[in-house]
Design a protein around this ligand. Structure first.
Ligand SMILES: *Cc1c(COP(=O)(O)O)cnc(C)c1O
Length: 404
């Protein structure tokens, strides 16, 4: 089968694809239909937190699959209730609303915040977000995504959105002098915006301003959550307490699942009929989510993740010392790494393909930033394998420059 041709013929071309068809995944590796093996440092965009075909995930799939796949929200959903209880216990006092995706988590957040402005938040309107933020691609979420290429050609739902630069607390105070926004929503580490971590000081000051002004403080943890940055959720690094936490990506163990954890100010805003969805929470996704939490909350697993994170960053720093010309900056937190390259976008695409030829799958965001979103099950041997291939390709990058 020529999968590439069939794909071009029958699937809407809204994605740029790598020209490989995956036959199976096992642990931290993917295998294509031609039998090539790839170290997966992309994990389906931060979804496969435990790698591929994790035995406990596969077992949970079988167990729940044999019980039932879908029952709808008219019944009590045990796996989802259990998952919600555990998410709340690990974060903020409140309740969970489940969705099928990240964008729907953002939509739910927008609606919930808006309902709050009809009661306790009366007189407030609109949401403050960061420049270059990404909060999703449905029309409500796309309004909060401040990357022009994502929103410019589509309708703009009519609620005020205030754009702020990361780290600009004076800017936030200025917005609050002019207007009365209902909430601030931010990714603790901007993901598709270029892997930009917000400082602990900034997050703390934003939390303080929100409290002083009576605004809601919402964290989009869709990419940064589920252990990605070395904590279950990245806001924990700053010791702040959000009013609302958005989650998705890794939470369903590879299956679609998202939602919001609504703190005490928001948890009772939705009344029956206010919001809903047919599929979420899928009992199957929730069952897998419980397995992911079992692993992440296991102290031995958490300790090994910390160890590999330290090893990865030490290796990256050493590489930067060796190749200061090509590797000028390293950004990110934990298992979320951004490596901005000063080469042209085509050269960075070539590097991505060359890494693939060497059996290592990396992502590229904002055209020239190599992004790593490895499984949390990454090993030191995997790190060595990546660093060796990356060092060789970075040296090539300089070679290409020298010839030009
Ligand atoms: C991926 C992502 C979303 C959107 O999630 P989808 O499941 O693709 O709709 C929203 N916010 C952040 C920070 C993301 O990384």
């Amino acid at each position: 089968m020529d999968w590439r041709t069939l794909d071009e013929q029958y699937i809407v071309s809204s994605y740029k694809r790598l020209p490989i068809a995956i036959a199976k995944g096992e642990g931290n590796y993917l295998y294509d239909t031609a039998g090539n093996k790839y170290l997966d440092l992309f994990t389906g965009l931060a979804v496969n937190v435990l790698g591929h075909s994790h035995p406990r995930i596969v077992q949970a799939l079988r167990d729940q699959g044999e019980r039932f796949l879908h029952i709808s929200n008219v019944f009590l959903n045990q796996p989802a209730i259990l998952l919600a209880k555990r998410l709340v216990e690990q974060t903020i006092p409140g309740k969970v609303f489940f969705t099928n995706s990240g964008a729907e988590a953002t939509e739910s957040a927008i609606k919930m915040i808006h309902k709050w402005t009809k009661t306790d938040g009366a007189g407030r309107e609109g949401i403050v977000v960061l420049r270059n933020s990404f909060h999703g691609r449905t029309l409500g979420a796309v309004r909060l995504t401040r990357q022009a290429h994502v929103y410019q050609d589509f309708p703009q739902p009519d609620f005020p959105v205030y754009e702020l630069d990361p780290e600009d607390t004076a800017g936030l105070r200025a917005i609050c002098r002019e207007a009365k926004p209902a909430a601030v929503l931010m990714e603790p580490v901007l993901g598709s915006g270029g892997v930009v971590p917000l400082s602990v000081d900034f997050l703390r000051e934003v939390a303080t301003i929100c409290q002083e002004e009576g605004m809601l403080f919402a964290m989009d943890e869709i990419q940064t959550g589920m252990g990605r940055t070395g904590k279950l959720f990245a806001y924990e690094h700053a010791g702040v307490t959000p009013d609302l936490i958005l989650f998705a990506k890794g939470v369903g163990g590879g299956l679609p699942l998202g939602g919001v954890i609504a703190g005490t100010k928001l948890m009772n805003q939705f009344k029956p009929g206010d919001h809903g969805t047919t599929f979420a929470p899928s009992p199957l996704s929730a069952a897998l989510g419980n397995v992911v939490l079992d692993e992440l909350l296991d102290p031995a697993f958490a300790a090994s993740v910390d160890e590999v994170i330290a090893y990865l960053w030490a290796g990256l720093e050493a590489l930067r010392e060796r190749l200061p010309e090509q590797l000028q900056a390293l950004r990110g937190k934990g298992m979320m790494v951004g490596i901005p390259l000063s080469a042209a976008p085509e050269e960075v695409s070539r590097l991505q393909q060359a890494m693939l030829d060497r059996g290592v799958l990396v992502d590229v965001t904002q055209k020239t930033i190599v992004r790593l979103l490895p499984p949390l099950t990454l090993t030191k041997e995997d790190v060595d394998r990546f660093l060796e291939s990356f060092a060789a390709e970075l040296a090539e990058l300089q070679g290409a420059k020298g010839e030009a």
